[in-house]
Design a protein around this ligand. Structure first.
Ligand SMILES: [Zn+2]
Ligand SMILES: [Zn+2]
Length: 275
Protein backbone atom coordinates (compact mmCIF):
# COMPACT_ATOMS: atom_id res chain seq x y z
CA UNK A 1 0.00 0.00 0.00
CA UNK A 2 1.35 3.40 -0.93
CA UNK A 3 2.39 5.48 2.04
CA UNK A 4 2.28 2.68 4.60
CA UNK A 5 5.40 2.09 6.61
CA UNK A 6 6.38 0.52 9.91
CA UNK A 7 7.88 2.26 12.87
CA UNK A 8 8.81 1.31 16.43
CA UNK A 9 6.82 2.79 19.30
CA UNK A 10 8.76 3.10 22.53
CA UNK A 11 7.02 3.16 25.88
CA UNK A 12 9.45 3.91 28.70
CA UNK A 13 8.17 4.00 32.28
CA UNK A 14 10.78 6.36 33.73
CA UNK A 15 9.33 6.15 37.23
CA UNK A 16 6.23 4.65 38.81
CA UNK A 17 5.04 4.81 42.41
CA UNK A 18 4.13 7.24 45.17
CA UNK A 19 7.58 8.90 44.96
CA UNK A 20 6.92 10.04 41.40
CA UNK A 21 5.41 8.99 38.10
CA UNK A 22 6.58 9.63 34.55
CA UNK A 23 6.16 7.66 31.32
CA UNK A 24 7.48 8.53 27.86
CA UNK A 25 5.68 7.43 24.68
CA UNK A 26 7.25 8.10 21.29
CA UNK A 27 7.85 6.82 17.81
CA UNK A 28 11.15 8.70 17.65
CA UNK A 29 9.65 11.57 15.66
CA UNK A 30 7.07 12.80 18.16
CA UNK A 31 6.82 12.06 21.84
CA UNK A 32 4.91 12.87 25.00
CA UNK A 33 5.56 12.52 28.69
CA UNK A 34 2.66 11.38 30.81
CA UNK A 35 3.10 13.01 34.23
CA UNK A 36 6.26 14.51 35.67
CA UNK A 37 6.40 13.58 39.32
CA UNK A 38 10.17 13.09 39.45
CA UNK A 39 12.73 15.83 39.01
CA UNK A 40 13.52 17.25 35.60
CA UNK A 41 17.11 16.14 36.04
CA UNK A 42 15.99 12.56 36.65
CA UNK A 43 13.56 12.55 33.73
CA UNK A 44 16.22 13.67 31.26
CA UNK A 45 18.95 11.47 32.81
CA UNK A 46 16.74 8.38 32.62
CA UNK A 47 15.90 9.05 28.99
CA UNK A 48 19.62 9.46 28.37
CA UNK A 49 20.32 6.17 30.14
CA UNK A 50 17.87 4.42 27.81
CA UNK A 51 19.58 5.84 24.73
CA UNK A 52 16.68 8.18 23.92
CA UNK A 53 18.13 11.33 25.47
CA UNK A 54 17.72 13.36 22.28
CA UNK A 55 14.21 12.19 21.41
CA UNK A 56 11.50 14.87 21.27
CA UNK A 57 9.12 15.80 24.07
CA UNK A 58 6.33 17.61 22.23
CA UNK A 59 3.90 17.79 25.15
CA UNK A 60 3.48 16.80 28.78
CA UNK A 61 0.15 15.19 29.72
CA UNK A 62 -0.72 15.68 33.39
CA UNK A 63 -3.23 13.29 34.96
CA UNK A 64 -3.93 15.22 38.20
CA UNK A 65 -2.52 17.62 40.73
CA UNK A 66 -0.91 15.25 43.24
CA UNK A 67 2.77 16.06 43.47
CA UNK A 68 3.87 12.56 42.45
CA UNK A 69 2.36 13.42 39.03
CA UNK A 70 2.76 17.16 38.54
CA UNK A 71 5.64 17.96 40.91
CA UNK A 72 8.36 19.03 38.50
CA UNK A 73 6.20 20.65 35.81
CA UNK A 74 7.27 24.22 36.44
CA UNK A 75 10.98 23.41 36.23
CA UNK A 76 10.44 20.93 33.41
CA UNK A 77 8.60 23.53 31.31
CA UNK A 78 11.59 25.86 31.56
CA UNK A 79 14.06 23.07 30.80
CA UNK A 80 12.08 21.92 27.75
CA UNK A 81 11.84 25.43 26.37
CA UNK A 82 15.62 25.58 26.55
CA UNK A 83 16.14 22.04 25.23
CA UNK A 84 13.80 22.42 22.26
CA UNK A 85 13.83 26.14 21.61
CA UNK A 86 10.13 26.67 22.16
CA UNK A 87 7.48 26.33 24.85
CA UNK A 88 6.07 22.83 25.23
CA UNK A 89 2.35 22.57 26.09
CA UNK A 90 1.33 21.01 29.39
CA UNK A 91 -2.10 19.44 28.97
CA UNK A 92 -4.37 19.02 31.98
CA UNK A 93 -8.02 19.45 32.96
CA UNK A 94 -9.22 22.82 34.23
CA UNK A 95 -9.83 21.13 37.59
CA UNK A 96 -6.23 19.94 37.78
CA UNK A 97 -5.05 23.46 37.05
CA UNK A 98 -7.30 24.83 39.80
CA UNK A 99 -6.12 22.21 42.26
CA UNK A 100 -2.43 22.48 41.46
CA UNK A 101 -0.09 24.09 43.95
CA UNK A 102 1.08 27.45 42.54
CA UNK A 103 4.68 26.23 42.69
CA UNK A 104 3.96 23.41 40.30
CA UNK A 105 1.97 25.39 37.70
CA UNK A 106 3.97 25.37 34.46
CA UNK A 107 3.86 27.87 31.65
CA UNK A 108 1.97 26.74 28.54
CA UNK A 109 -1.04 25.07 30.16
CA UNK A 110 -3.68 23.80 27.73
CA UNK A 111 -6.96 22.34 28.93
CA UNK A 112 -8.22 18.88 28.06
CA UNK A 113 -11.68 17.42 28.48
CA UNK A 114 -12.51 13.81 29.11
CA UNK A 115 -13.49 12.06 25.88
CA UNK A 116 -12.36 14.84 23.54
CA UNK A 117 -9.36 13.60 21.51
CA UNK A 118 -6.66 15.96 20.30
CA UNK A 119 -3.41 15.74 18.40
CA UNK A 120 0.16 16.29 19.49
CA UNK A 121 1.83 16.36 16.09
CA UNK A 122 0.79 12.99 14.60
CA UNK A 123 0.02 11.40 17.97
CA UNK A 124 -3.67 11.06 18.84
CA UNK A 125 -4.26 11.73 22.53
CA UNK A 126 -7.38 11.24 24.60
CA UNK A 127 -7.97 11.96 28.28
CA UNK A 128 -10.68 10.07 30.14
CA UNK A 129 -12.06 10.50 33.63
CA UNK A 130 -10.95 8.28 36.51
CA UNK A 131 -12.31 8.27 40.09
CA UNK A 132 -9.67 9.74 42.41
CA UNK A 133 -9.71 12.23 45.30
CA UNK A 134 -8.82 15.38 43.37
CA UNK A 135 -10.81 17.91 41.33
CA UNK A 136 -10.89 16.41 37.81
CA UNK A 137 -8.46 13.51 37.36
CA UNK A 138 -7.92 11.72 34.05
CA UNK A 139 -5.94 8.91 32.50
CA UNK A 140 -4.53 9.10 28.97
CA UNK A 141 -4.52 7.04 25.82
CA UNK A 142 -1.95 7.80 23.12
CA UNK A 143 -2.39 6.45 19.59
CA UNK A 144 0.49 6.24 17.16
CA UNK A 145 -0.48 4.79 13.78
CA UNK A 146 -2.39 1.62 14.62
CA UNK A 147 -0.94 1.17 18.12
CA UNK A 148 -2.65 2.45 21.28
CA UNK A 149 -0.98 2.92 24.64
CA UNK A 150 -2.88 3.77 27.84
CA UNK A 151 -1.49 4.88 31.18
CA UNK A 152 -4.11 4.31 33.88
CA UNK A 153 -3.14 4.97 37.49
CA UNK A 154 -4.61 6.66 40.56
CA UNK A 155 -8.17 5.40 40.50
CA UNK A 156 -10.21 4.11 43.40
CA UNK A 157 -12.28 1.61 41.51
CA UNK A 158 -12.70 0.10 38.03
CA UNK A 159 -15.27 1.93 35.90
CA UNK A 160 -17.08 1.03 32.70
CA UNK A 161 -15.57 4.06 30.98
CA UNK A 162 -12.00 3.01 31.80
CA UNK A 163 -12.69 -0.58 30.72
CA UNK A 164 -14.06 0.71 27.41
CA UNK A 165 -11.01 2.89 26.79
CA UNK A 166 -8.70 -0.11 27.41
CA UNK A 167 -10.38 -2.28 24.79
CA UNK A 168 -8.30 -1.28 21.72
CA UNK A 169 -4.99 -0.92 23.56
CA UNK A 170 -1.81 -2.78 22.65
CA UNK A 171 0.07 -1.53 25.71
CA UNK A 172 -1.37 -0.90 29.17
CA UNK A 173 0.40 0.74 32.08
CA UNK A 174 -2.09 -0.14 34.82
CA UNK A 175 -2.14 0.64 38.52
CA UNK A 176 -1.62 -2.33 40.85
CA UNK A 177 -1.30 -0.25 44.01
CA UNK A 178 -1.82 -2.51 46.98
CA UNK A 179 -2.62 -5.92 48.29
CA UNK A 180 -5.73 -5.30 50.38
CA UNK A 181 -4.74 -7.68 53.22
CA UNK A 182 -1.22 -6.22 53.40
CA UNK A 183 -2.68 -2.69 53.46
CA UNK A 184 -5.15 -3.43 56.25
CA UNK A 185 -2.59 -5.39 58.32
CA UNK A 186 0.11 -2.78 57.74
CA UNK A 187 1.38 0.19 59.70
CA UNK A 188 -0.49 2.97 57.91
CA UNK A 189 -2.84 5.03 60.10
CA UNK A 190 -6.50 4.10 59.85
CA UNK A 191 -7.58 7.23 57.93
CA UNK A 192 -4.88 6.63 55.30
CA UNK A 193 -5.91 2.98 54.90
CA UNK A 194 -9.50 4.14 54.39
CA UNK A 195 -8.43 6.74 51.84
CA UNK A 196 -6.35 4.30 49.80
CA UNK A 197 -9.04 1.63 49.70
CA UNK A 198 -11.90 4.09 49.06
CA UNK A 199 -13.66 4.54 45.73
CA UNK A 200 -11.47 7.59 45.12
CA UNK A 201 -8.18 6.11 46.29
CA UNK A 202 -6.08 3.50 44.52
CA UNK A 203 -6.68 0.13 42.86
CA UNK A 204 -5.87 -3.00 44.81
CA UNK A 205 -4.31 -5.91 42.93
CA UNK A 206 -7.70 -7.61 42.86
CA UNK A 207 -9.52 -4.52 41.55
CA UNK A 208 -6.85 -4.00 38.89
CA UNK A 209 -7.14 -7.63 37.77
CA UNK A 210 -10.94 -7.34 37.62
CA UNK A 211 -10.55 -4.21 35.49
CA UNK A 212 -8.01 -5.98 33.31
CA UNK A 213 -10.34 -8.89 32.63
CA UNK A 214 -13.32 -6.64 31.88
CA UNK A 215 -11.37 -4.13 29.80
CA UNK A 216 -8.60 -5.84 27.87
CA UNK A 217 -9.09 -6.49 24.19
CA UNK A 218 -7.55 -8.85 21.63
CA UNK A 219 -4.69 -6.46 20.82
CA UNK A 220 -3.15 -6.39 24.27
CA UNK A 221 0.55 -7.34 24.06
CA UNK A 222 2.24 -5.59 26.99
CA UNK A 223 1.06 -4.97 30.53
CA UNK A 224 3.14 -2.88 32.92
CA UNK A 225 1.98 -3.06 36.54
CA UNK A 226 2.29 0.46 37.88
CA UNK A 227 2.15 2.67 40.98
CA UNK A 228 2.91 -0.26 43.32
CA UNK A 229 3.01 0.74 46.98
CA UNK A 230 6.32 -0.12 48.59
CA UNK A 231 4.57 -0.49 51.98
CA UNK A 232 1.41 -2.27 50.96
CA UNK A 233 2.32 -4.50 48.04
CA UNK A 234 5.09 -6.64 46.61
CA UNK A 235 6.02 -7.10 42.94
CA UNK A 236 5.39 -10.85 43.36
CA UNK A 237 1.85 -10.35 44.64
CA UNK A 238 0.97 -7.90 41.86
CA UNK A 239 2.45 -10.18 39.20
CA UNK A 240 0.68 -13.25 40.60
CA UNK A 241 -2.65 -11.40 40.54
CA UNK A 242 -2.21 -10.17 36.95
CA UNK A 243 -0.97 -13.54 35.69
CA UNK A 244 -3.82 -15.40 37.36
CA UNK A 245 -6.33 -13.01 35.78
CA UNK A 246 -4.80 -13.47 32.32
CA UNK A 247 -4.62 -17.25 32.71
CA UNK A 248 -8.24 -17.43 33.89
CA UNK A 249 -9.18 -15.68 30.66
CA UNK A 250 -6.94 -18.02 28.64
CA UNK A 251 -4.63 -15.18 27.68
CA UNK A 252 -1.00 -16.20 27.56
CA UNK A 253 0.29 -13.86 24.90
CA UNK A 254 0.74 -10.81 27.10
CA UNK A 255 4.17 -9.72 28.33
CA UNK A 256 3.67 -8.69 31.98
CA UNK A 257 6.20 -6.82 34.12
CA UNK A 258 6.39 -4.49 37.10
CA UNK A 259 7.24 -0.84 36.45
CA UNK A 260 9.63 0.36 39.14
CA UNK A 261 10.21 3.57 40.99
CA UNK A 262 13.80 3.87 39.82
CA UNK A 263 12.84 3.61 36.16
CA UNK A 264 15.31 0.94 35.23
CA UNK A 265 12.75 -1.24 33.47
CA UNK A 266 13.54 -1.98 29.85
CA UNK A 267 11.30 0.10 27.56
CA UNK A 268 8.56 -1.59 25.58
CA UNK A 269 9.09 -1.49 21.84
CA UNK A 270 6.23 -2.34 19.54
CA UNK A 271 5.78 -1.99 15.80
CA UNK A 272 3.14 0.28 14.37
CA UNK A 273 1.88 0.85 10.86
CA UNK A 274 1.88 4.54 10.05
CA UNK A 275 0.15 6.02 7.05
ZN1 LIG B 1 -0.05 8.90 42.35
ZN1 LIG C 1 -3.02 10.69 43.05
Amino acid sequence: MVGLFQRDITVAVLSSGSAGNCTYVSDGRAGVLIDCGISTRRILARMDGLGIGDWPIDAVLITHEHSDHIGSSRVLAKALRKRQGKAVPFFMTRGTDEGAHPNSRPEGIEYVESGVPFRVRHLLVEAFTVPHDVLDPVAYKVGVGDVNVAVITDLGRPTALVARKMRDCDVLVLEYNHDLVQLMDGAYPWHLKQRIRSNHGHLSNQQASNLLVSGMGPRLKYLALAHLSEENNTPDKALASARAALAASNWYDVDVFVATQNGMTEPIRIKTNVW
